[in-house]
Structure formats: C-alpha cells, structure tokens
Design a protein around this ligand. Structure first.
Ligand code: ADP
Length: 498
C-alpha cells in the first residue's frame, strides 16, 4: 500500500503547494500567520499544513464578498444564463479532475476510494449541474389582490452567505452549500472542516478557472471554536449562515446569529431508526442495514444507527448480518478492495471506542467489533461494531456516535416500534423494510423525520429535499427548497388606480 501511495498519487505535486486562503479571487497567506496540520487518517502521516484564517482574514473575506455582492457583478450585472455557465463549467472541471479529486478526498477523509469515485465526486458534479439549471428558472409572481395596484414579487439573493461544513462529505457538503447559494446570485465565504479542507481548496482553484467573478467565492480554512468558524458565525456583515455539523455547534451558531438576526439554516445530527418487519425481504434488509450504518465508516448524520428488528426474525437476521459484516474488508481507503476505511481522526476513534464502554456498562451485548483491528494498529480504525439487546433509552441508542456502531433493538408490532422510533431527540431520517404497502405508508407518515426510506437506505438526489425535524435542525437543503434558503422575496406595489 505504501508503495502505491508514493508512486501513483495523482495529487502528489498539488499536496506540496502552500495551502492558502481564497479571498477576492486570489490565494493569500493568512494575516494571522497561523497554519494547522492535516493528517492522513489511514497512516497518521502529515498530509499538509493549511492556513488558519484569523479575525482579520475572515474580515477581509467578508469584505470581498460584500463588495462583490453590492456592485452586482454576479447578479444584476450578469444574466442568469451567464451565472449558470459558471456553475456548469465548475461541474465540468470537477468531472475532468474526478480521479484526482476522489483520491484527495480519500487521503484526507479516509473513505474508500470506490465511494469517493462513485458517490462523492459524481454527486458533487450532479449537484452543481442541478443548481446551474435552477439559475435560469428563478421567478417571482404577479398577485391579483387589488385592481388599484399592480403587485408582483421579486426573488432576490440574500447577500453574503457564510457556510460552515463538516468533514464527513467534504466536497459534497460544499456542493450542497455553493450550488443553491450561487444559483441565486449570493456571494459566499466557505469554512471547510479543519480535518478535511483539501478538496475544497482544489475545487476553489477550479472555481477560479470556471470564471466566477472575483470575490463571489471565498474560502477561509481554519478551526471552529475561537477560530475561523466562530469569527465567521459572529461576523456582523454576514447575512446568512448555513451550517452542517453537531447539534451543540448548531446551538452556538444560532446564539451568534442573534445580534444581527442573521438567517440560519442547520443540518445537524441524527439517530435514525432502521426498522425491519418480519414480512420484509430479509436479505435486502440485511444489505440495507449494512449500508445504513457502515457506509462512510458510520460518519453519516442520517446513518441507520438504531436497527429495530421484529422479534420473529431477530435471530435469523442477526446471523445473516454478522456473517456479512465479518467478511467486510477494512483497510486504507486507497486500496480498491476496501469496504470500510479508518475514522477521520484520532479524536473520533477515541470517542467511538468510549461509546463501546458506555454501551457495555449499560448492559448491551457486544456481538462484534468494539476495538481497533489487530491488523491496523496504525491509522484511526474501528472494527465494524454491533450491539444486541439494546434498549431504546440507553445512551448507545439515544446519542449520536458518528461511527460504525450499530444498536440492535428487538420489537413487537407496529405500535411498539412507532413509539420507540420517535422517542429520540433527533429527526433526520428513518427507514422501514416491509412488503406491506399500508404499513410502509403508515410508518412514513408517523415517523418524525425529514427523510423516510422504504425498502432502501441512503438514497439521494439533488432534486429531493433533505433536512431535519426536532434537534436535527431546520431548513431543507437540495431541491427547490434550498432556493428558499438562499433568496429573499420582495413584494412590489405599483399604484395604477385612478
Ligand atoms: P464535529 O464535532 O463532527 O467536527 P462540529 O460541529 O464541531 O462537528 O464541526 C462542524 C463544522 O463547524 C467544522 O467546520 C468546525 O470547524 C465548525 N465549528 C465548530 N465549532 C464552531 C463554532 N463554535 N462556531 C463556528 N463553527 C464551528
């Protein structure tokens, strides 16, 4: 593996370049003079040192975005079709550099290369294309309220948008944020996660090539608390913050928004119920349970981390599940045969392993995993982990672990599981496996969550909205709903009375 990494890295030369801030169309050294280190989670080796934007740097980025917005270079002075072309061009450039970007994402985040290549990169491209399409379809309306007035609405961009994103899907989260914001004509200041800033920096270069006007796109890398993220969230001249991350950070973002009443949209954590009824296609549900919890090493906010099994099929299901999980190939993400890579950081690995202790102390039974694998003592690996005999009120069933840890809870019938599934403070997603159409629809309407999958899991499309109920946040990303997050409606009254 080490040989392959050294000999064949497509991004080897790029990695050596200084990692600066993108402000006003130029890559600049941070005024803070500070840099932070980024590691390869599969090897624990240093990948790059990246600029940490201080207060002054964030201020400059916001000023550049403000200037770009106020002079209208990306909305009033540009046609919607020209704006669309920038987004289409960016999508094309990402596609042209797909292999390099997939490799970079895997190096930085740890995820299997087959996921970076066949999920993250294409989904990023399609998200940009989808929103490029919206650019030319934004409309206001005329309203026949009063014959003495001609009344219409304008859909306008909000202004300067701060976007703070996490490390689990670095480039895809960037596309979810940039796509609709730019389609509407806003200026953006992006703060990537400190664990995984590299693909954003590379895509920032491609964005300059794509022809976005100076200042429309700015990237400030850095940390969260007392650093870049907090400075951006607190900045008085930012009109909106879009945030994806932990619920506790989301609360801080809301608090920071109060002074200037910034708009805020939040996509936070989850503790999704994945429910299998006895009448389900069991083999399909076993595969769905695996995708649900082990995709991206379990570092997915909509992960199916609570698996509810109807009692009559519990034992058969578990034996099939354990058999399959036991055969999963764990290793460096760069290895094409890898199905499960390392966690993103030492901190995450430790946090996950601490939940293994918590669950055991609570009385859950460790059915597999729960440790760092013997064969991977270097790198932040955690073996796929399953707990059985879990009760829904245990911490392992209520708190977001954000790792490859599945809590299996047996249940008896629809009423029992509906109640348990909703007894959680999150509401991002849920799934049900059944051949009974009535049961499926009943469940879909009953569960308090923003996305319900029936006989499938982790299916996404840029056209389909995604977001949370309860502590999983507010605002819907993707689809036309994200356009609402990034535009203002203005009503215009024209007196045409006698
Ligand atoms: P995680 O614990 O999974 O890393 P976080 O919510 O801490 O999730 O991080 C998500 C993003 O929020 C990252 O880009 C991080 O730097 C940023 N962040 C963390 N704390 C703050 C904060 N207090 N204010 C603004 N941004 C923050």
């Amino acid at each position: 593996m080490a040989v392959m990494q050294e000999k064949e890295l497509l991004c080897k030369e790029w990695l050596k370049k200084p990692k600066k801030l993108l402000i006003n169309g130029k890559w600049v050294e941070p005024k803070s003079g500070k840099y932070f280190k980024v590691y390869n989670p599969a090897t624990e080796e240093l990948l790059a040192e990246v600029a940490e934007a201080g207060k002054e740097d964030v201020d400059m980025a916001v000023k550049a975005a403000r200037q770009a917005f106020e002079d209208g270079r990306f909305h009033r002075k540009m046609t919607a079709a020209q704006r669309a072309r920038c987004l289409y061009k960016l999508a094309d450039l990402i596609e042209q550099h797909a292999d390099e970007l997939a490799e970079l994402e895997t190096l930085d985040n740890g995820k299997p290369i087959n996921e970076s290549k066949y999920v993250d990169v294409p989904a990023t491209v399609e998200t940009f294309r989808y929103y490029a399409g919206w650019t030319t379809k934004l409309e206001g309306e005329t309203i026949n309220a009063n014959n003495n007035f001609f009344t219409y609405t304008l859909r306008e961009p909000i202004g300067v948008v701060g976007q703070i994103i996490p490390w689990n899907f670095p480039m895809l989260m960037m596309a979810w944020k940039w796509g609709p914001a730019l389609a509407c004509g806003n200026s953006v200041v992006l703060k990537p996660a400190e664990q995984t800033p590299l693909s954003a920096l590379r895509i920032g270069e491609l964005a300059l090539e794509a022809g976005f006007p100076e200042g429309v796109i700015n990237i400030v890398t850095g940390l969260g608390p007392d650093s870049t993220g907090e400075f951006l969230a607190n900045h008085d001249d930012v009109d909106k913050i879009a945030f994806t991350g932990e619920d506790k950070t989301g609360q801080k973002i809301v608090q920071a928004s109060i002074k200037t009443l910034k708009r805020v949209s939040l996509e936070l954590g989850g503790k999704a119920p994945n429910i299998v009824f006895a009448d389900a296609d069991i083999d399909a549900a076993v595969k769905g349970a695996i995708t649900g919890i082990f995709f991206n090493q379990g570092q997915v906010c909509c992960a199916g981390s609570r698996l509810f099994l109807e009692k009559p099929i519990h034992d058969e299901f578990m034996s099939k599940l354990l058999d399959r999980v036991g055969k999963m190939r764990q290793g460096s993400g760069l290895d094409e045969t890898t199905q499960i890579g390392p966690q993103v950081s030492k901190e995450q690995q430790e946090r996950i392993l601490s939940y293994v202790d918590i669950a055991q102390k609570e009385g859950a039974t460790l059915a597999c995993g729960g440790v760092q694998p013997e064969e991977h003592k270097k790198g932040y690996f955690v073996k796929p982990t399953i707990f059985t005999n879990v009760k829904n009120d245990m911490r392992i069933a209520q708190e977001e672990v954000f790792g490859p840890v599945l809590a299996v809870i047996p249940f008896e019938g629809l009423d029992d599981v509906s109640e348990q599934a909703n007894k959680v403070r999150f509401g991002l997603s849920g799934a049900v496996w059944t051949r009974d159409v009535k049961k499926a629809h009943k469940f879909a309407s009953h569960i308090k969550a923003g996305t319900i999958w029936v006989n499938c899991y982790n299916v996404f499309d840029p056209a389909v909205p995604f977001g949370g109920y309860k502590m999983s946040g507010y605002g819907r990303e993707l689809g036309k709903h994200s356009i609402e997050l990034y535009s203002n409606i203005k009503s215009v009254w024209v007196n045409i009375g006698d």
